[in-house]
Design a binder for this molecule. Structure first.
Ligand SMILES: [Mg+2]
Length: 183
């Protein structure tokens, strides 16, 4: 193998390694209420950004999952600041949930683009190194946050009901990528 071929192989390997790493969450949890707030604090985290659909509440539902309100209260008790970061555009649905949890919120976040995460961190007065993004979808919640240098936590989607593009495209793609990334 020539040195030129070796260089090419290294570049290609590093390229795919970087992509695989951007898919991989730092942590996983079965659900939000299972997350250990004390551990987040011990890791230097001060701000928590939470996806809405299938993370805090069923898709399009105004009701949150059991245990979520108690977990938010526990997080606040540990000194964590929290906000909702969702791609959903219906503020009339998001506002009552956020008000109930007494946390700020960002709609139309356009995850995985960077702007929404930055708006969330501005609300929390945190930086990427002290912020964790918690969500159920790798291709939106996790990839964008990883690229910005946030901590990331993938939770299991709590319902199979979700938007058609998510069911038909994103979830099958995630299953495919997931096998390669081995998270
Ligand atoms: Mg979601």
């Amino acid at each position: 193998m020539t040195s030129r071929t070796k260089t090419y192989n290294t570049v290609v390997f590093n390229f795919f390694k970087t992509i695989a790493e951007s898919f991989r969450p730092h942590w996983t949890a079965s659900s939000v209420p299972e997350i250990d707030c004390a551990r987040l604090i011990a890791c230097g985290i001060r701000g928590v950004m939470l996806d809405l659909d299938n993370t805090l509440a069923p898709w399009r539902s105004p009701a949150i999952f059991p245990g979520v309100a108690e977990w938010i209260a526990c997080a606040k008790g540990h000194g964590l600041r929290a906000c909702i970061l969702t791609n959903a555009s219906n503020a009339n649905r998001v506002r009552p949930i956020a008000d109930h949890l007494d946390i700020p919120w960002v709609t139309r976040a356009l995850k995985p683009l960077a702007g929404g995460y930055r708006r969330g961190m501005a609300l929390l007065s945190t930086v990427p190194e002290s912020t964790v993004m918690i969500g159920d979808m790798v291709l939106t919640d996790i990839i964008g946050a990883n690229r910005l240098g946030l901590f990331t936590m993938l939770v299991e989607p709590k319902s199979t009901r979700e938007a058609l593009p998510a069911r038909l495209v994103q979830r099958p793609l995630e299953r495919l990528i997931g096998r390669e990334a081995r998270w």
